[in-house]
Design a protein around this ligand. Structure first.
Ligand code: KG4
Ligand code: ZN
Length: 345
C-alpha cells in the first residue's frame, strides 16, 4: 500500500500552544501546552503570544521526537493563520514559514474553524461531503453547510456571545475557574435540569442563528440574587443552564437539518466536548434520521492534530500550498478561497 503523507500541524491562535504529527488518519504524536491566565482573569493577548514564542520551537521538537521523525520526514506543514489573536497567530505563522523554508516543506495556511469542522473526518472515514456543521467554541457559534474542503455556506451564527463564552462568563460569575465549560459540566452532576427557571435563547425564532448574551445576563442576575444559596444549589443551577442551552442548540440544529435536508451532521469546537450536549444533540439527529459525528472530547477543544489533518485535507483536495500569506485575525469561514491565497486583513 502507498505510504500516507505525513503532516505537521501548529496551533497558536488563542491560549493553547499545540503541535501534532498526523499520517493519514493516524495521529502519530500530539502535544498541547495550555497557558495559565488565572492571574489576569482571562487571556491577555500579548502575554499569550509571549508564551507561544517561548515554547513553540521546543514543543515542535518534542512532538517530532515522540513520532520518531525529523523535519525532513514531513510531507507538509499546516499552521493556523486565523481567526484568532493577532500576536499569537504571528508567532505560529512566522515559525511555520521558517520551518517550511528551512526544511523545504510545503506549507498550508489553515482556517481554525475549518480545522475544527474537518477533524471529524479523521475519526469517521465514512463521513463524506456534504454535511451540516454545528461549530461551538469559545469565540464562535455557527451552523454551516459544508459542501467540500474550502466551501462553506454559513446558515446562521450568533448575534452576540458564543456558547463557550456564555459558559466561561457564567462560571466566572460563580467563582469558578477558566475555561468555564468543564467547570459547569463537572458541577452539573446530580443536579436537576428543570429546577431553575432560565430563559431558553431564541425560543420563538425559527432560524439557524444563536444568542447567548440574554441567558448569560439572566444567569449572572440569578447568581447575584442567590449568593447565599449557591453552594447548595450549584448542581441544580449548572444542570439547568446546560438544559436550556441544549434546548436552544437542539432547536437550531433541527432547523438547519430541515432547511438543508442534509442527513449527515458534525458537531465540533470546545463546547462539543460536553457530555450532556453530545447526548442531547445526538437525540435531535436521531429524530431527524441523520448521522452524527463528534470527535472525541480531547479533539473537540483546540489541538494540533486538527491543523495537521486540515493540511492533509487541503493536500488531498489538490489545493496548492502557499507560503505567501499573512495572518487573518478575523477570517469569515465563507471567505475561504479554495486556492488558499489571501492578503492582509
Ligand atoms: O474550540 P476551543 O477549544 O477554543 C476556541 O476556539 O475558542 O473552545 C473553547 C471553549 C471554551 O469556552 C470552553 O469553556 C468550552 O470550549 N469547553 C466546554 C467544555 N470543554 C471546553 N464547554 C462545555 N463543556 C465542556 N466539557
Ligand atoms: Zn478552537
Amino acid at each position: 500500500m502507498r505510504k500516507q503523507p505525513i503532516f505537521l500541524g501548529l496551533e497558536t491562535s488563542c491560549d493553547e500552544t499545540a503541535v501534532a504529527v498526523v499520517q493519514g488518519t493516524e495521529i502519530l504524536a500530539h502535544r498541547i501546552y495550555s497557558q495559565d491566565h488565572r492571574q489576569t482573569g482571562g487571556v491577555v493577548p500579548q502575554n499569550a503570544a509571549r508564551q507561544h514564542l517561548e515554547i513553540l520551537a521546543q514543543l515542535t521538537q518534542s512532538t517530532l521526537q515522540d513520532a520518531r521523525l525529523a523535519p525532513s520526514d514531513l510531507d507538509g506543514i499546516g499552521v493556523t493563520a486565523g481567526p484568532g489573536l493577532v500576536a499569537g497567530l504571528m508567532v505560529g505563522v512566522l515559525f511555520a514559514k521558517g520551518l517550511s523554508h528551512g526544511a523545504c516543506k510545503p506549507l498550508w495556511a489553515i482556517h481554525h474553524l475549518e480545522a475544527h469542522g474537518l477533524i471529524g473526518r479523521l475519526y469517521d472515514p465514512g463521513l463524506c461531503f456534504p454535511f451540516l456543521l454545528l461549530l461551538m467554541s469559545g469565540g464562535h457559534c455557527l451552523l454551516a453547510h459544508v459542501h467540500k474542503v474550502g466551501h462553506y455556506t454559513v446558515l446562521g451564527q450568533t448575534y452576540d456571545d458564543a456558547a463557550g463564552e456564555c459558559l466561561d462568563k457564567v462560571a466566572r460569575a460563580m467563582g469558578g475557574e477558566y475555561p468555564g465549560g468543564p467547570y459547569i459540566q463537572r458541577h452539573s452532576q446530580g443536579g436537576d435540569p428543570r429546577s431553575i427557571d432560565l430563559p431558553v435563547p431564541l425560543q420563538r425564532e425559527k432560524s439557524c442563528n444563536f444568542s447567548f448574551s440574554g441567558l448569560k445576563t439572566a444567569c449572572v442576575q440569578w447568581i447575584d440574587s442567590h449568593r447565599d444559596q449557591l453552594p447548595a444549589r450549584r448542581a441544580d443551577f449548572c444542570a439547568s443552564l446546560q438544559r436550556v442551552m441544549a434546548d436552544s442548540l437542539c432547536a437550531r440544529l433541527a432547523h438547519g437539518l430541515a432547511q438543508t435536508g442534509l442527513k449527515r451532521c458534525v458537531m465540533a469546537g470546545g463546547v462539543a466536548a460536553n457530555t450532556y450536549f453530545r447526548a442531547r444533540l445526538g437525540q435531535t439527529c436521531e429524530q431527524a434520521e441523520c448521522t452524527m459525528t463528534i470527535p472525541p472530547p480531547a479533539m473537540c477543544t483546540d489541538n494540533g492534530a486538527m491543523i495537521a489533518w486540515a493540511a492533509h485535507e487541503r493536500w488531498a483536495a489538490g489545493i496548492a500550498p502557499n507560503s505567501f500569506f499573512d495572518v487573518r485575525p478575523s477570517w469569515p469561514l465563507q471567505d475561504l478561497s479554495s486556492a488558499g491565497v489571501f492578503g492582509c486583513d
